[in-house]
Every structure is written in C-alpha cells, then in structure tokens.
Design a protein around this ligand. Structure first.
Ligand SMILES: *[C@@H]1O[C@H](CO)[C@@H](O)[C@H](O)[C@H]1NC(C)=O
Ligand SMILES: *[C@@H]1O[C@H](CO)[C@@H](O)[C@H](O)[C@H]1NC(C)=O
Ligand SMILES: *[C@@H]1O[C@H](CO)[C@@H](O)[C@H](O)[C@H]1NC(C)=O
Ligand SMILES: *[C@@H]1O[C@H](CO)[C@@H](O)[C@H](O)[C@H]1NC(C)=O
Ligand SMILES: *[C@@H]1O[C@H](CO)[C@@H](O)[C@H](O)[C@H]1NC(C)=O
Ligand SMILES: *[C@@H]1O[C@H](CO)[C@@H](O)[C@H](O)[C@H]1NC(C)=O
Ligand SMILES: *[C@@H]1O[C@H](CO)[C@@H](O)[C@H](O)[C@H]1NC(C)=O
Ligand SMILES: *[C@@H]1O[C@H](CO)[C@@H](O)[C@H](O)[C@H]1NC(C)=O
Ligand SMILES: *[C@@H]1O[C@H](CO)[C@@H](O)[C@H](O)[C@H]1NC(C)=O
Ligand SMILES: *[C@@H]1O[C@H](CO)[C@@H](O)[C@H](O)[C@H]1NC(C)=O
Length: 458
C-alpha cells in the first residue's frame, strides 16, 4: 500500500513538472495578488554588512534619494513594458528611487542599455519577465566580447542600489531547448554588468536564466547579498552554463549570503578578477566555486589574485573548490569551448571552511583543463603560474564518481605551480578513503593521501 502511494506521488509530481516553468510560475505569482489592492510603497533599504570576513574596500555607502518614480506596466505579461522602465529610470536617475510595484508583472522584450545609472535606488517588488523571443534577443542583446557572452540588458554606473524582494525571470526554457539543437546560439545572461561601481544588489530572486545569472565586467566595489537563484529545465534538455556569477576585469566584488541552485559554476573568477570576497553561500547542483578557466586565449595575460572564499556549503556539485587552467597547447572541451596557450597568474587564493556533500571532487587544481591526454599536457606546461593557494578546513563526503579519490592536484610542471597547501581536510569518499591525485606538487603540504592514479577532470 505504502509502495503504491509513493508511485502515485512520483507520477503526480512528474506531470506537474512538465508544465512550462516560467509561465506556470508567472501565473501562480499573479494569482497570489488577484483581487488584492496593494498600495504603492517603497521598500526600506536593506542594511548590508559583510561578516564574518571583511571586504577589501569599505562598503558602498548609497547617498539619500529625494524623489520616487513608480514604473508603469501593461501588467499583461505580453506587451513590452521597457518604454515605461526607461522613462522611470531616466526621470529618477541622479537621486531618485524607482519602484517596480508589488503584485505587478513587467514584461521586457527590448534590449535595454542601463549604463547611464547614477545615484539611484531600484526597488524591484514585482515580477520582471524577459520575452522568450530567441531570434530577437540573438540579434539585439549586448555583446561583451568575452566567451561569446551577451545579455538582455547592460547595467552600469555609480551608486546603484538594487533590492526589493522581487523576481527577474529569464524565461530560459525556450533557450535550453534551442541550445540542445544548436550549441552556437547566443544565450543571454540574465544580469549583464559593464562598468558598475560602488553599488549594491541584494534581496532578489533570479529564475531561469538562459545562461549565466550574472556576468560582472569592469566593475569595482559591488556587493551582492541575499540573492536567491534557481531554475532548472523541465524538458530533457539540461539548463547548461547557468553559472551563478562570473567576474571579469573586476575588483573588490563581494558575493555573500546567497542561495544558488544551478547547473554550472556557482561562482567563477574569470580573467582579471582581483580582491574578491565570497562568503556564506549555499550551492546546490553546480560545478563549484572556480578560478578560471584561465589561459584560454593565446597572447592574453590573465590575472586572478587575492580571493577569499569563506564558509560555502557545496551540495550535489562536481567540485567544491576548483582552479582550472588551460595547458600551453591547443585543447578542446567541446565544439563551442576550446583554448589553451594563454599566460598569466593565479596568486593568493584561499578557500576556507567548506562543507562537501555529494561532490565529485572536494578540491580540483587542474592545469590541464580541456586536454584529456595528460602526456600532451605535460609536454606543454602551462605558462600561467599558480602560487600561494590555501585550502583549509574542509569537511564532508564526496560522491562516488571518483572513489577512492576525493580530489586532484594536477600541475603541468613543478616550476609553474608553487606553494599550494591543503590543511584540515576532513573529507572522505564513500569508501572512507581520502586519496587525491598529486602531480608536480609538494605532497608534504597537502593533508590528503597522495595517489598517482589519474581519475580524470571535471
Ligand atoms: C571593459 O572596459 C574595456 C576598457 O575600457 C573595454 O574595452 C571593454 O569593452 C569593456 N567591457 C568588457 C566586457 O570588457
Ligand atoms: C514563450 O512565451 C509564450 C508566452 O509569451 C508562451 O506561450 C510560449 O509557450 C513560450 N515558449 C516557450 C518555449 O517557453
Ligand atoms: C529561495 O527560493 C526558493 C523558491 O522560492 C525557496 O524555496 C527558498 O526557501 C529560498 N531560499 C532562501 C535561502 O531564501
Ligand atoms: C589583465 O591585466 C593585464 C595586466 O594589466 C593585462 O595585460 C591584460 O590585458 C588584462 N586582460 C584582460 C582580459 O583584460
Ligand atoms: C555559514 O553560512 C551559512 C549559510 O550558508 C550560515 O547559516 C552560517 O551562519 C555561516 N557561518 C558563519 C560562521 O558565518
Ligand atoms: C538541490 O538540487 C536537487 C537536484 O536538482 C534538487 O532535487 C533539490 O531539491 C535541491 N535542493 C535544494 C535545497 O534546493
Ligand atoms: C592575500 O589575500 C588576503 C585575503 O584574501 C589578503 O588579506 C592579503 O593582503 C593578500 N596578500 C597579499 C600579499 O596581498
Ligand atoms: C542533492 O540531490 C539529491 C537528489 O537530486 C536531493 O535529494 C538532495 O536534496 C540534494 N541535496 C540538497 C542539500 O539539496
Ligand atoms: C563563439 O562563437 C563562435 C561562433 O559561433 C564559435 O566558433 C566559438 O567557438 C565560440 N567561442 C566560445 C568561446 O564559445
Ligand atoms: C605561501 O602562501 C601563503 C598563503 O598565501 C603565504 O602566506 C606564504 O607567505 C607563502 N609562502 C611563500 C614561501 O611564498
């Protein structure tokens, strides 16, 4: 009897989950407000603090605002509201507070250049949905010139304070299904940042991004706090490359107190990411918190330096802490991802306090990224150095994927990898072992049992 009941429940939830996720979420959300009159109001500014670790720069200190602009909406989920959005942002820029009203739907089907923002609060209480017109967005989204990144809108400026508890929904299902047919389509990231300074983005739900949730480029002193990310495909086509945050050419970024349920890196530090603090994250189903990939492009010099990652809990991920560097030879991971031959440095990175729960590799240092043949990798050691790396206070259990190994420390030569330590690593595989593949590293500095069996890379 009990057995039959379980089958019935499973069948019922399977039927539910075949509904288009965004459309369903949008309808359900709207129903919650049916017949209710929500008076116009502004949200109080969240008070943001960074602890237990302190950031590299003093926190942004938003100036007071002295004007309120409520964003109008057709509220039908079909008609483009972007003219209303631009109108409100322009009239409240330089000292105002823009409100996307509670209980109201906003629909965006036009690419928006929001790099003019200056001294503004953007209070998103409503539900903002991007259209699923994949043809329009591919022709009109903003191009970032790095790894084919594009975005629905481009956010930039100074003293921009975004909060409000509302939702941004990228309507990703159409994109997940299209990507399965053609890996060369350009899927927009949900939040594309180019040139944002002294700003705070907090208290938002982000759903169904077609690709990364955030691409943070040319940014300094930006804090992300209390961001709730989730969105999975409901078809057989997996939501791929839905990284939580990718930082690029940026410095002084804080990412904290957030919940990330996604299908690629939880956070990734791409070329020229420095002075970053990441703390108190819950990451489920991702590829871990990654430095890289770096060294992908010949002739470029990539720097990732001074990164502190504290107190992340990693569940159902391929990696906990990862450093991925391409070797000095052309390598290919897939048709749309190839590289190798770039130079640069990864220096002073600390991963402190990490919970490992069903993770394939707790730690993966890999200087042979994209090259499945280790002999070729060793023939062409990376010209991107890895120095002063600390992993400490890791606890938990890995998945069975690489049993009996829990991690890998694979350097393409001893001279390009230096001063890598792993202390207080209380992580075991399902068989109870704590083996890790060690190649060209100082084994004495690693609190794991080194093995010479290469189990592959993620
Ligand atoms: C960042 O700034 C550089 C230098 O101003 C510029 O060339 C580039 O287009 C900007 N955006 C990105 C995504 O790199
Ligand atoms: C795209 O959105 C429309 C509503 O705007 C919906 O009817 C359609 O089913 C969606 N398509 C996909 C593939 O999500
Ligand atoms: C994030 O959102 C999901 C779905 O609405 C909710 O179940 C979960 O409790 C939220 N998590 C946090 C930490 O806010
Ligand atoms: C990173 O910074 C280095 C040193 O300033 C510079 O040479 C390189 O071009 C930068 N790379 C990118 C991708 O901006
Ligand atoms: C670690 O992060 C979790 C949330 O994932 C939080 O509940 C906990 O308080 C944090 N621990 C410390 C020491 O800040
Ligand atoms: C983690 O991801 C798994 C698989 O997608 C999902 O079943 C589970 O509900 C998620 N857990 C949380 C707490 O979101
Ligand atoms: C290394 O990073 C830590 C924290 O991430 C920072 O406090 C320290 O100043 C950095 N060391 C150097 C030599 O810059
Ligand atoms: C990990 O995934 C499994 C199966 O998908 C799920 O049951 C579990 O809740 C997930 N773990 C967390 C912490 O969400
Ligand atoms: C970018 O797109 C081009 C053309 O679709 C493709 O050849 C290339 O592999 C892509 N590059 C990356 C890094 O995805
Ligand atoms: C090794 O790295 C640690 C952590 O960044 C640093 O404190 C120490 O000075 C480095 N040691 C050497 C010999 O460079």
């Amino acid at each position: 009897m009990r057995f039959q009941l379980t089958i019935f429940l499973l069948a019922a939830s399977a039927t539910l989950s075949t509904a288009l996720p965004t459309w369903q979420a949008f309808q359900d959300w709207a129903k919650g407000f049916q017949g209710k009159i929500v008076p116009d109001h502004t949200s109080p500014r969240p008070s943001i603090s960074c602890h237990p670790k302190s950031p590299y720069l003093p926190l942004p200190f938003p100036s007071p605002r002295n004007k309120i602009c409520y964003v109008r909406s057709h509220n039908d989920g079909i008609t483009d509201d972007s003219p209303y959005i631009l109108e409100a942002l322009h009239s409240c820029n330089k000292g105002g507070h823009v409100v996307f009203r509670e209980g109201i739907r906003y629909f965006i089907s036009t690419a928006l250049d929001l790099t003019f923002l200056d001294h503004i609060d953007i209070d998103i209480q409503g539900y903002v949905l991007f259209s699923n017109d994949t043809t329009y967005w591919q022709a009109n989204s903003f191009k970032f010139g790095f790894q084919n990144v594009t975005s629905f809108f481009k956010l930039g400026g100074n003293d921009v304070n975004i909060y409000g508890g509302g939702t941004l929904d990228g309507n990703g299902q159409a994109w997940y299904d299209l990507y399965a047919k053609d890996i060369y389509i350009l899927r927009p990231v949900l939040i594309g940042i180019d040139g944002l300074h002294d700003s705070i983005i907090s208290n938002l739900a982000l759903r169904y991004s077609p690709q990364y949730y955030h691409f943070v480029a040319n940014a300094t002193n930006v804090v992300f706090d209390n961001i709730n990310i989730s969105g999975a495909s409901t078809s057989a086509n997996v939501a791929k490359n839905t990284d939580g945050w990718d930082t690029y050419r940026s410095s002084g970024i804080v990412i904290q107190n957030s919940y990330i349920n996604n299908g690629d890196d939880c956070v990734a530090f791409k070329p020229n990411s420095t002075n970053m603090l990441v703390q108190n994250l819950f990451c489920n189903g991702s590829h871990g918190i990654s430095v890289g990939s770096l060294g992908q492009y010949v002739g470029e010099y990539d720097i990732v330096e001074n990164i502190y990652v504290f107190n992340a809990s990693m569940h159902n991920t391929t990696d906990g802490a990862r450093i991925k560097v391409w070797p000095d030879s052309p390598s290919e991971l897939s048709g749309d991802l190839q590289g190798g031959g770039g130079s640069g440095m990864v220096n002073n990175i600390t991963y402190d306090t990490m919970l490992i729960d069903n993770v394939d590799y707790a730690i993966e240092v890999d200087q042979c990224y994209g090259q499945s043949n280790p002999t070729i990798c060793l023939q062409y050691p990376s010209s991107l150095t890895i120095t002063d790396i600390v992993f400490k206070n890791f606890k938990g259990k890995t998945s069975k994927k690489y049993v009996p190994e829990i991690g890998t420390f694979a350097c393409s030569s001893g001279t390009v990898c230096n001063n890598i330590s792993a202390a207080d690593i209380e992580v075991v595989s399902p068989s109870g072992s704590d083996l890790a593949y060690c190649l060209n590293v100082d084994e004495m500095a690693l609190d794991v049992t080194c093995s010479s069996v290469y189990k592959g890379f993620n």
